[in-house]
Design a binder for this molecule. Structure first.
Ligand SMILES: Cc1ncc(COP(=O)(O)O)c(C=O)c1O
Length: 372
């Protein structure tokens, strides 16, 4: 059995340090918005290369509160992709705005930045590029369009902590960067958590209020907010893990290149492409194959934890029926939804395990062809 991700192996390396930090928090009597949150916010800002970071309950809240802080709401349109996790568009829906979908690029799984301009209307207020699977979007083109049309950019970096575009970390390009500490992420907590990054003092102040019932002074409330604070136990755990993230991301990249090499003899497997001048952090290693569903079932039966992210594109989900975007509207999104399959990927994955995964993918591919 080779799982898609094995967090137990990570725990073997850093468990002792985490246990000691958690015990210290338990003994401290300070559990929410305390010294670890403050220290993590500073360390995170330094790591990403921004002025401010704000600890939140989740990546979803980072997206939602970013939209609130920028006054995106009913009547506004937000351009994004349908090839992402639902939280991206859920945040748009929560504030009462409308998602407008742009197709993905045929090679990188990310928004086709050259298609964005066609989707802009007088109602467009923001763009949410999603750095899917750890791969940075084409930020130069996106930022130029945003500047030209006076649009906000909120980067969904939930899968891409540490990824860079032309040497700059994702989360430092747009008005706000949104990160998730969901346990399976490259930098995961041991519960839910998230972070918003920004260079704007105004957005920082607004989000400080929004995450804490709409006011920055206790018991004084300026607007409707939410309860979305990062707890001290998560902040302490994430601080320990932040020290390792570059090493872990490097190992993920090495594993990705090893997979590329092992698959290079098999043209029937399309391996992931990177944009020039980017540093992809391979939250997922995602291939494209024909007969994907059969191959996936066979792999699962063989004990290989392959996964499909995501089986239904967002424009065809029930929750978005009201948008009336029909099948066929986003050809590359729809095509990739049928072909993609993510393989086991984590820093501690061994070379022997990768070879086993590749052997199984090829065997299952051939079996699936025979069944057809
Ligand atoms: C692309 C993307 N956006 C948003 C989120 C939401 O993050 P969270 O689960 O922390 O709310 C996730 C992760 O789950 C994600 O993968």
């Amino acid at each position: 059995m080779i799982p898609i991700l094995d967090l137990k192996r990570q725990y073997e390396q850093i468990g002792k340090e985490i246990e000691s930090e958690v015990i210290n928090v338990l003994k401290s009597g300070s559990y929410i918005l305390g010294k670890h949150n403050k220290a993590l916010e500073e360390e995170f800002s330094k790591y990403i290369g921004v002025k401010h970071s704000l600890g939140l309950n989740s990546g979803t809240d980072a997206l939602h509160l970013a939209l609130r802080a920028l006054d995106v709401g009913p009547g506004d349109e937000v351009i994004t992709v349908a090839f992402t996790f639902v939280a991206t568009t859920e945040a748009i829906g929560i504030v009462g705005a409308k998602p407008v979908f742009v197709d993905i690029d045929k090679d990188t799984f990310n928004i086709d930045a050259n298609e964005i301009e066609k989707a802009i209307t007088p109602k467009t207020k923001a763009i949410i590029p999603v750095h899917l699977y750890g791969q940075p979007c084409d930020m130069d083109v996106i930022m130029d369009i945003a500047k030209k049309y006076n649009l906000y950019v909120i980067e969904d970096c939930c899968q891409a902590i540490g990824a860079t575009y032309k040497g700059k970390k994702v989360g430092s390009f747009g008005d706000v960067g949104c990160f998730s500490f969901f346990p399976t992420k490259n930098l995961g907590g041991m519960g839910d958590g998230g972070m918003a990054t920004t260079n704007s003092n105004y957005i920082k102040e607004r989000m400080i209020g929004l995450r804490n019932h709409g006011g920055s002074v206790r018991y004084y409330h300026d607007e409707i907010g939410v309860n979305s604070r990062l707890d001290e136990i998560q902040a302490a755990i994430i601080r320990v893990k932040l020290k390792h993230i570059d090493g872990w991301n490097k190992k993920r990249r090495e594993n990705a290149y090893r997979y590329n090499e092992l698959f290079s003899k098999y043209p029937e497997v399309v391996t992931p492409k990177e944009l020039d001048d980017t540093f992809c952090v391979y939250h997922q290693y995602t291939i494209k194959v024909e007969n994907r569903d059969e191959v996936h079932s066979l792999l699962q039966a063989a004990g290989i934890g392959a996964m499909i992210y995501y089986p239904v594109p967002l424009h065809l989900q029930k929750v978005h029926e009201y948008l009336n975007v029909k099948e066929g509207a986003l050809p590359y999104t729809e095509e990739d939804t049928k072909l993609v399959m993510s393989l086991p990927m984590f820093p501690e994955l061994t070379e022997a395990e990768q070879q086993t995964v590749v052997n199984n993918v090829i065997t299952c591919l051939h079996q699936a062809q025979l069944v057809k």
